[in-house]
Ligand binder design. Structure first.
Ligand SMILES: CC(C)(COP(=O)(O)OP(=O)(O)OC[C@H]1O[C@@H](n2cnc3c(N)ncnc32)[C@H](O)[C@@H]1OP(=O)(O)O)[C@@H](O)C(=O)NCCC(=O)NCCS
Length: 148
């Protein structure tokens, strides 16, 4: 049974393990620490005999900015990413919109966010270190919780 809960500093190794399993260019270990201690941060993990996914976001005024979301490959397409996003949206009550940037080539993540009511609103050339463009995706939260 997958459980989604708020992340804490003890989750750092588990989050890093998921990050390395999901991205060819993972963030360094210590990059995650601020999200686990900052009061403005919204950080959740999905657990099933260890951490299998996480979502990290920051409140920026009226917006919530998703900085990272990942689910280990063997647990994808089972609703874990959706459960993490829904928990984040519930905790973001009061914010007006959620935004994130995703690699132009990351069609899976773009499909995931579209399914959750996000729209591609801009292309940001050279957004990533390797020169790839980022797609800005946003969702207004005036309608409240995730429609799913
Ligand atoms: C994006 C990601 C977090 C989705 O996690 P997940 O647990 O597989 O997502 P869910 O099972 O909740 O998927 C919900 C819906 O999103 C869409 N979706 C998810 N993955 C998809 C894919 N590979 N292709 C097309 N649509 C996809 C589908 O509509 C899916 O519903 P369905 O399975 O009933 O068709 C996961 O693919 C991942 O970790 N990718 C690598 C890291 C990454 O790219 N992170 C995002 C950076 S911005």
């Amino acid at each position: 049974m997958v459980q989604v809960r708020r992340a804490n500093p003890l989750d750092l190794p588990g989050i890093y393990r998921v990050e390395k399993a999901c991205f060819p260019d993972p963030w360094p270990l210590l990059a995650f620490f601020p999200y686990l201690v900052d009061r403005e941060a919204l950080a959740f993990v999905a657990e099933e005999e260890g951490i299998i996914g996480f979502i990290l976001a920051l409140r920026e005024g009226e917006e919530v900015h998703i900085h990272d979301l990942a689910v280990v490959p063997e647990h994808r397409r089972k609703g874990v990413g959706s459960a993490l996003l829904e928990e984040l949206l519930a905790a973001a009550a009061g914010a007006q919109r959620v935004r994130l940037e995703v690699r132009a080539s990351n069609f899976a993540a773009q499909a995931f966010y579209k399914k959750h009511g996000f729209r591609a609103t801009a292309v940001i050339p050279n957004y990533y270190d390797d020169g790839e463009a980022g797609i800005l995706m946003t969702r207004e939260l005036t309608a409240g919780r995730d429609p799913r």
